[in-house]
Design a protein around this ligand. Sequence first.
Ligand SMILES: [Zn+2]
Ligand SMILES: [Zn+2]
Length: 367
Amino acid sequence: MAEQVLAAVRTGAHQTELREFPMPDIPEDGALLRMEAAGICGTDVKFYAKPPIDTPVIMGHENIGTIVKARRTFQERKGVKEGDLVFVEHYLPCLQCEWCHQGDYRLCAATDWRRNPDARRYGYTTSNNPPYLWGGFSQYMYLPWNAIVHKVPRGITPELASIVTPMANGVQWALFDCEVGYNSAVLVQGPGQQGLSQTVACRQAGASLIIVTGTDKDEARLHVARELGADHVINVDREDPLERIMDITGGDGVDVALDCTAGGGTKPIPLGIDSLKRKGGTLLLQGELQTFPDFPVGKVTNKYITIKSARGHNYQSCELALEQLTSDRFPLDLITTHRYGLKDTDEAIKAVGASEGVIHVSLMPWE
Ligand SMILES: [Zn+2]
Ligand SMILES: [Zn+2]
């Protein structure tokens, strides 16, 4: 095995450098992951443009790899062995708090990089921090005692497995948080990898109506949305989305509105609120806007709307997402559109969200 590990390091806004790091020593309770595929999402695009910290970071938080070295305690605790293909959650949690005990590592303070300067999270923690390999845009990644690994079921390629994160978010946000189920009517705003994954999760859960919106640049994605089970798609640049939604639902509106847009500004939230049924709908928000001018509080309370926040995925949603990937029910290969090698990391991040043919991009570090 090589003594040096090659990784793509974010050194500033829109800046990537290939750097070598020493191959880490693996302690009794640790493991080494050979990276196979790292999914790139809208968060990468956002933090590549505006890094949240100044220190260098190996990005890559949606990581699929093969365990190439696992010491005994790690194997016993995690139930994995050398040679296993695994999905590694990006959270590195304390495993002691109430959130950790219920599988909600996403909510653990030990992985909360916004508040805890010592937090560990793959793709977010600086590569100045030994043993350095805290991100998936790299040949190898270090797995400490608290890494959360999920075995990838047999027959799933690493590239397909790399969409497990948006798919897990689909299960978490639509099913667990917004309680989409049998006969639900759902609005999914934004037909990127996230919106499309929500579409699959909603369809699988029994939603009777799924409407997906997009813009002029999303024509190809809206087509894929249809293939994945959307009943109606709306190009908001061409038609009045609210009018169409009310037309489709006979004036009733939808049960759940999920915001999966990127860079949509203030428009998606009022559209979500207005599209919801007369009373008791559920709105899922993302935190793209720090504040919201003239937020229609009166409308929200009058319509008795429940607001949920999009916040990653728990252990169970990851397991269900991996199960979903083994099913042939949906043509999921329509989502995995692009792959890049390590030296093209900059291009790979920029490709996400750039041109309309791109849906999901995987970084394949050995290509
Ligand atoms: Zn992501
Ligand atoms: Zn915890």
